[in-house]
Design a protein. Structure first.
Length: 175
């Protein structure tokens, strides 16, 4: 249902939807990262390639057959967060696999980074955390697809992001 919510809020997304499941190697990704991803993200990644919303927010979605690149990108971003923590600039946020650690799922062209906070009994209970390029850290109590659908429909404030994002009719571009 969450993916359907996003598609209803962002109908331009349907233009890049794959006709068949992409069969991403989630076992390899989980073995390499230790992460079992939220079901809404898995459902999204199985039918959509990497994409950008309004030339601003890019989602990190594995490419079929290139899952190792997804893993290496994730590890690089976790290293960046560890460096921020080491410099005292992470506002107490820690990288996964530490308890409550953050897992990256997207970024913006302005240097914002989007994470899941890995707290809760399961990955489907993780919340969204935005690390704004202006050192804003904002949390959304819901899933990735709920967050994106809310941003697009205007029911979620773009806290930490430009106030005009997204536009009235967001542009979707496959990477």
């Amino acid at each position: 249902m969450r993916l359907q919510q996003l598609e209803e809020a962002l109908p331009a997304l349907l233009d890049i939807r794959e006709d068949e499941r992409r069969s991403i190697d989630w076992d390899l990704i989980s073995a390499e990262t230790g992460v079992v991803f939220p079901s809404d993200f898995v459902a999204l990644a199985e039918v959509y390639p990497r994409f950008t919303i309004d030339e601003f927010l890019g989602l990190h979605i594995p490419t079929l057959g290139e899952e190792r690149y997804f893993v290496s990108g994730m590890k690089r971003l976790l290293g960046d967060l560890a460096d921020l923590r080491g410099s005292g600039m992470s506002h107490g946020h820690v990288p996964y696999p530490e308890p409550g650690g953050l897992v990256p799922w997207g970024d913006s062209c302005e240097g914002d980074v989007f994470f899941w906070r890995t707290s809760g009994a399961s990955a489907d209970a993780w919340t969204v955390l935005v690390s704004g390029h202006n050192d804003d850290w904002c949390e959304f109590q819901g899933s990735l697809t709920e967050y994106l659908a809310g941003l697009v429909s205007g029911t979620v404030a773009p806290d930490g992001l430009p106030p005009d994002f997204p536009g009235a009719t967001p542009l979707i571009e496959a990477d």
